[in-house]
Design a protein around this ligand. Sequence first.
Ligand code: ADP
Ligand code: MG
Length: 256
Amino acid sequence: MSAIRVEGLRVSLDGTPIVLGVDLDVERGEWVTVIGPNGAGKSTALRAIGGLLPFDGTVELDGSPIDRLHRRERAKTIATVAQSPVVPPGMRVFDYVLLGRTPYVPPLGRESANDLAVVEQVLEELDLTRFAGRRLDTLSGGERQRAFLARALAQGAGILLLDEPTSALDIGHQQEVLELVDRLRAERALTVLATMHDLTTAGEYADRMVLLAGGRVVAAGTARDVLTEENLAKHYRVRVRVIEGEHGPLVVPVRG
Ligand code: ADP
Ligand code: MG
């Protein structure tokens, strides 16, 4: 069974059609990365798949249509790290990560000892324990990205949606975060659906890629299938050289 099955996904924002019929499957434990130029509809598609936007078409998570999952159930199945997560001002890292436990807290109830223990364990796992009492807005970009991931992990969902998890980071911290996601994927048997801009890096980490342009899937398959000079020239309007690297295609922009 697919962890994520998307068929004929259509999403409009304020009456404007943005996602125009997307099909997409992610197997359990697989990492699929959606690439595509700015404005292609990547974030919009991801938000719909995460249950954060109304849509037409089918989105199934672990075989259940997402619109039939109660909000709490959905949150225990799928966790989203947004492109620019909203950070409550002044909030401390521990309390932020604890927000991930919201679907487990009974209405009008409080977090249980187990919720606190889960948060402590996730902080430890992501090397954030020493930041637990720090205000989130005082962290560096890499530390903050780990805190965003920590909140999503504390949610205990098997499916992780990551919208440009590395865009704000230097290459060292990009690699650190992606390696971390890959390690967690193996250890926790997570399914990952991400969007990314750095094409070479995207290809290195993804099992499969989907190229989205103008709200439609225009290419899908392995990095080698998708990251071709023709595809990138056509859909990004850029001249690139694609070089065969040790771990997959290397995409190098060249001057026209
Ligand atoms: P991506 O993540 O691929 O860069 P997005 O999903 O964020 O793309 O946005 C897709 C398109 O939707 C963009 O062209 C954006 O301008 C447009 N858009 C975003 N919000 C609205 C809105 N409220 N009404 C109409 N169009 C919107
Ligand atoms: Mg986006």
